[in-house]
Design a protein around this ligand. Structure first.
Ligand SMILES: Cc1cc2nc3c(=O)[nH]c(=O)nc-3n(C[C@H](O)[C@H](O)[C@H](O)COP(=O)(O)OP(=O)(O)OC[C@H]3O[C@@H](n4cnc5c(N)ncnc54)[C@H](O)[C@@H]3O)c2cc1C
Length: 324
C-alpha cells in the first residue's frame, strides 16, 4: 500500500520489489513495511558486513554463548521423534534408540518438518495440523559453488545481484541470481591465488528426482547461474578448479528442510506468522517458520522471543541489570 501510494517510477518500484524479494522471498506486496524500511536504510547507510571466518564464525560465537551459560551442544544427534506422553512433551527420541527426557523441547526444524516427521498426526489437533501444514512455502534453490583461479581479478568485488531480463518476473526461477565471492573480504576462505564463489537462484522443488536425467537437468539449470557469473567474471568457465552444483534435492537433503524451502510465504494481510507456542504442553518452536520470519537476524529474534516466554520477566530484568 505504501509503495503504491508513494512510488510511481517503474524502475524504482522494480528495485524495491527486488530488495524485498532478496530478503523475504516475496515482492513488496508480500513483505512487511519494517523489513522494506530496514533494507532500504541499509543500502543508504551501511557497508557490506561479512563475518571473518565465514558463517562458521557465527556458529562458533553462538556455541561460545551456549557453553558459557552451561549449555551443551550434541552434534550428530538426529531427532527421530518428539516424545509426547499424556498430551505433554516428554523428550526426544534420537537415532540409534537413544532417548533424551526433558519437560521442555524447542524445535528449530521448519514447521513442516516438525509437524510431519517429528510428531505423529494424532499428537496435534486435526484442524490445527491441517491449517499449519497448508502454510504456503517459498520455493527452493539451484546452487553453484565454484573454486576459481584469482589471477587478474584484483579489482573483484564480493557481492552481486544479476537480473537477466526486465521482461521476466524477478521471482521466476533463473531470472534473479545472487553471487557471493566471500574470499574477496576474507583470504582465509580460499587457498592463496584462488577465490571461492557461491551463486544461487530460486528453483521449484516439484519435478526433481534422482533419475537418469538428473545430471543433464542439473547442468541445464545451472546455466542461468553461469551466465550471471559471466557478467562479473567473463572468463569464469576457464578459471574453474572445483565445481559443485546443488539442486532443490541437495538443498533439502543437506539443510534437512521440507521441499528445500526458503521458508513460509506468509504475505501481510493473508496470514500471521506462528508464535513459539504449539498446542502441545512443553513443546515450543523457533526458527524461520515462526515470528518474525526468515533471515538470520529474524531467526535469532525468534530464539530471544522463545527464551523470554520461558523465563519469567523478573529474572530477565535481573539478568539485564547485571550484564548491561
Ligand atoms: C541461499 C540462501 C541465502 C540466504 N542469505 C541470507 C542472508 O544474506 N541474510 C540472512 O539474514 N538470511 C539469509 N538466508 C536465510 C537464512 O539463512 C535462514 O532464514 C536461516 O538460516 C534459518 O535458520 P533456522 O535456524 O530457522 O533454520 P536452519 O538454518 O534450516 O536450521 C535448522 C537446523 O535443524 C536441523 N535439523 C532439522 N531436522 C533435524 C532433526 N530431525 N534432528 C536434528 N536436527 C535437525 C538442520 O540440520 C538445521 O541445522 C539465506 C538462505 C538461503 C537458503
Amino acid at each position: 500500500q505504501i509503495l503504491n501510494s508513494t512510488v510511481q517510477d517503474p524502475w524504482v518500484r522494480r528495485l524495491i520489489d527486488l530488495e524485498c524479494f532478496l530478503l523475504s522471498g516475496l515482492k513488496a506486496d508480500g513483505t512487511v513495511a519494517p523489513e522494506v524500511a530496514f533494507m532500504l536504510g541499509e543500502r543508504d547507510r551501511s557497508v557490506v558486513d561479512y563475518p571473518l571466518g565465514g558463517s562458521e564464525a557465527i556458529i562458533d560465537a553462538l556455541v561460545r554463548g551456549l557453553t558459557r551459560w552451561g549449555g551443551q551442544l550434541k552434534l550428530g544427534a538426529h531427532v527421530e521423534k518428539i516424545l509426547i506422553e499424556k498430551g505433554r512433551v516428554a523428550g526426544v527420541q534420537l537415532r540409534r534408540n537413544q532417548r533424551v527426557t526433558a519437560p521442555i523441547v524447542i524445535s528449530n526444524a521448519t514447521l513442516w518438518d516438525t509437524y510431519t516427521h517429528l510428531l505423529d498426526p494424532e499428537d496435534l489437533p486435526k484442524t490445527y495440523r491441517q491449517e499449519q501444514l497448508s502454510t504456503p512455502a517459498v520455493e527452493s534453490f539451484m546452487h553453484l559453488h565454484l573454486g576459481i583461479r584469482a589471477d587478474g581479478l584484483e579489482g573483484l568485488t564480493g557481492h552481486h545481484v544479476v537480473v537477466h531480463s526486465d521482461d521476466v518476473d524477478i521471482t521466476s526461477p533463473g531470472n534473479t541470481c545472487m553471487i557471493s565471492i566471500p574470499s574477496v573480504w576474507d583470504k582465509s576462505l580460499a587457498p592463496e591465488g584462488y577465490h571461492c564463489l557461491h551463486a544461487y537462484t530460486l528453483e521449484s522443488f516439484a519435478g526433481w528426482s534422482r533419475d537418469g536425467e538428473y545430471q543433464d537437468r542439473k547442468s541445464l539449470k545451472s546455466q542461468p547461474l553461469y551466465r550471471a557469473v559471466e557478467r562479473v567474471i567473463p572468463d569464469i568457465r576457464e578459471r574453474i578448479v572445483l565445481e559443485l552444483v546443488g539442486t532443490p534435492l541437495t538443498h533439502s537433503h543437506y539443510l534437512r528442510r521440507d521441499r528445500g524451502t526458503y521458508g513460509p510465504a506468509i504475505a501481510p494481510g493473508q496470514g500471521t506468522w506462528p508464535s513459539c507456542h504449539t498446542p502441545i504442553l512443553g513443546l515450543y518452536r523457533v526458527g524461520d517458520s515462526t515470528l518474525p520470519g526468515i533471515g538470520v537476524p529474524a531467526v535469532a529474534a525468534s530464539g530471544i522471543l522463545c527464551a523470554n516466554t520461558l523465563v519469567p520477566a523478573p529474572i530477565v530484568l535481573e539478568f539485564l541489570k547485571k550484564y548491561q
